[in-house]
Design a protein. Structure first.
Length: 134
């Protein structure tokens, strides 16, 4: 009596298709590259600034530029930009009449939102909330 190989082959082929479909639908790794728009506030909420952060992906990691709608922050390149574990951090110099103030930013990516805080070298701080521009 000959055993048919067609049934096991059909089952193996079906499993291969299902496995491949499962891999194709694996969740995408979160990425922060894009244009983000929103606001930065001072800790006492006395001021809010409409800001834009443009994050780019490069071979060595990420780059970012920040600016605000009022012109208080002209488009400025950020330094030490790092995106790790859904956290985006970076530094930039805020120009002032008497010199520049170092600003540190710490943001957390949640879907299409970046939320977090900024800290100034003078002890000032505040919140930031940005949404991915579509």
């Amino acid at each position: 009596m000959k055993k048919s190989l067609s049934a096991p082959l059909v089952i193996l082929a079906a499993l291969a298709v299902l496995t491949g479909a499962g891999l194709a639908q694996a969740p995408k790794k979160a990425d922060v590259a894009g244009t983000w728009i929103g606001a930065a506030t001072v800790s006492d909420n006395s001021q809010a600034f409409d800001i834009t952060v443009v994050v780019g992906k490069v071979e060595a990691g990420y780059t970012a530029k920040i600016s605000d709608a009022s012109g208080a922050i002209p488009e400025t390149e950020m330094r030490e930009v790092l995106f790790k574990g859904n956290k985006l951090t970076g530094l930039f110099d805020l120009p002032e009449a008497m010199g520049a103030m170092l600003i540190s930013i710490e943001l957390t990516l949640d879907n299409e939102t970046l939320k977090g805080v900024w800290f100034g070298s003078d002890g000032s701080s505040g919140g930031i909330e940005l949404a991915l521009k579509k």
